[in-house]
Structure formats: C-alpha cells, structure tokens
Design a protein around this ligand. Sequence first.
Ligand SMILES: NC(=O)c1ccc[n+]([C@@H]2O[C@H](COP(=O)([O-])OP(=O)(O)OC[C@H]3O[C@@H](n4cnc5c(N)ncnc54)[C@H](OP(=O)(O)O)[C@@H]3O)[C@@H](O)[C@H]2O)c1
Length: 327
Amino acid sequence: MRLLVLGGTRFLGRHVATAALERGHDVATFTRGMSGESPEGARALHGDRDDPDALPTALSGWSPELVVDTSCQTRAAARNAAGALGGAGLRGYAFVSSLNAYRHWPPGPVGPEDDEPTWTTDEDEYGPIKAEAERVLGTALGDRFLTARAGLLIGPHDPIYRLGWWLDRIARGGRVVVPDALDQQIHAVEARDLAAWLVEMAGQGRSGAVNAIGPRGMTTFGGLLELCREVTGSDAEWVPVPEEDLLAAGVQEWVHLPLWLQRDVARTAWDVDDTRARRLGLPTRPSRETVADTWAWMQTSDRPPLPANRLAPGLPPELEATLLSSR
Ligand SMILES: NC(=O)c1ccc[n+]([C@@H]2O[C@H](COP(=O)([O-])OP(=O)(O)OC[C@H]3O[C@@H](n4cnc5c(N)ncnc54)[C@H](OP(=O)(O)O)[C@@H]3O)[C@@H](O)[C@H]2O)c1
C-alpha cells in the first residue's frame, strides 16, 4: 500500500519508513529536508507541515492509503494534516503522541486510556499540543485514527542520547556516579518495535488510544546500566549516591543523570497501564539487543547533533568530580 510517513528521517520516523519498506509498502517521507535523508527506497517529499499548502502540494499525484505521523509538534501541523489527509481515500492513520498528553502525567500513575483525562488547555506546551492534535485528527479521521501515547523511546538513531550518554560515560570507564536507585523500573519502548507496530496498526485500520510503553518487569535502571557496561566492555565501577546527596549537589533528575527520576516520581511515572498495548501486540525485544545496537550505531559516523532547543543530557564533569571526591 502507499504509506506516508509524516517525518521519517531522524529516529522513530526513520524506523517507521524502514519497517514499511521491509513490508513491501510504497513509502514516502514528508519533511523539510533539514534533519537527514529518507531511507533508500522511500520517496522524499518536502515541505513544512506548519504551512497549510505544503502537504497538498507535495502529495499532488500521489495519494497515501496509510499514514504514520511521527513529526507533529504544533497545532497547525495537526490541522493541516487533518485538512489534507482526512478524506475518504485513507484507510488508517497512526499518530505518535506522548504520555504527556495526559493531564496527570507526569507524575502519573496512568490507568486505562479511556479513563484518563487529557489536556484541554491552550498553552503552547508539548502535552496540551499533543492532546489537541489527537482531537483534531481524531475528529477528521474517526475510526481510522489510532494514537500511540508513547513513553520513553530508546534505540539506535536516538538523537537525544539519554541511553547514549550512559553508553559514552560507561565506555570511558573508571568510577561512575550512579543514583542509589538501581532497582527503579524502566518500561521504555524500543523505537524499532514501536515503528513496526505502528505500520501494522495503520495497515489494519485500528483506532483508539494506546499507552505505547514497554511491559512491566521489562528492565530496571541498574539492568540497563549493567548492559551498557557489558556491551562497551568497560571496567566502570558504580559509585552509588543517595538521592538526597544528588539533589543537595544540584543534580537534576532525567537531565544530569538521564533516565533517573526521584523515588516518589519514579514510583508513579512508570506505573502506566499497558493492557491495550500488549493486547494489540506491541512487541518488546530484549533490552540487550537495544543497548548493543545503540552502541554499535554510536560507533559509526552517523551521530546526528542534538535537535535545536535540546539541552545536552549528562552529568557536568565538575559535578561528577565533586560527587566522587567525597566518596
Ligand atoms: N523521544 C522520546 O522519548 C519520545 C517520547 C514520547 C513521544 N515522542 C514522540 O515521538 C516522535 C518521535 O520523533 P522522531 O524525531 O523520532 O521522528 P522522526 O520522524 O524520525 O523525526 C522527526 C521528523 O520530523 C521532520 N519535521 C520536523 N519539523 C517539521 C515540519 N515543520 N514540517 C515537516 N517535517 C518536519 C524532521 O525533518 P526536517 O527537520 O528535515 O523537517 C524529521 O524527519 C515525536 O512525535 C515525539 O513527540 C518521543
């Protein structure tokens, strides 16, 4: 079938385009042409989705039957896609939203999708924008619209380098500051698993909202760090630091120590109902494969820069030195 990826050249979208090509679809990506190349075999359509004329112009003569939308970050982008793609020819539209669409996440917990309120305010912020985009597209597409409210994404080509920072740091070896919370649960979703599943869901014309996260018991923070040590062949030695000491030193959760959340937040933030995701077959590959493949990708010359407006993740060296010097 003709499958359009709105996005498709960076991380999740790139894996969507690749998965769709592997399944024999006729694939086009739609981007501004600034963040990378489409996978070989996909047609590269260009335009800015914030411009109402761009998508209809780019699509003239090529009408998609399926859409996977990984790039929606504005209300205008959602309105324009609804206007251009809401017609009768489309069979399925799988949209990538976020757990941030929920009013109460973070910190959560998040119950079954239909029981949880999403944002209805008009702030120019990520969660309210994703929630409104879901409504705008859902209204235009009805039962052909599925929204995947994704949690943490990991895998090769991740331009945000959360897991990537840990791989780099652990590969350097020596004494590594880790939060004294290695048993913290992590239910991330592998970008390649989510990508293949989105293609499948669009193809089946599935509808509704799905919490797109990994299964409970998938891994722990310590489990991921151990895999980083293993795949990098590092001699790194963990130096566990209690939460109170990290906070007193000015360490910011998630930013300075990527993937780490304060105890109280972690307890509920990872407590997300995944019944529908599992019922609809969202797969989960072994975390070892994800970590090893991410590290292998990071050894190539393919590392993209951080997206604009993104803070580089990781513990500043002077903060690390201070924390280590007293231990
Ligand atoms: N990372 C996480 O942990 C996480 C968690 C939950 C949800 N999400 C969501 O998951 C999705 C993942 O995104 P991704 O970066 O991996 O997807 P991607 O499709 O691989 O990359 C984003 C694409 O959007 C294109 N793009 C950006 N602005 C555009 C515009 N105005 N018009 C047309 N194209 C535009 C970029 O190309 P150009 O720059 O060349 O235009 C790029 O190809 C996002 O929707 C994000 O909100 C991520």
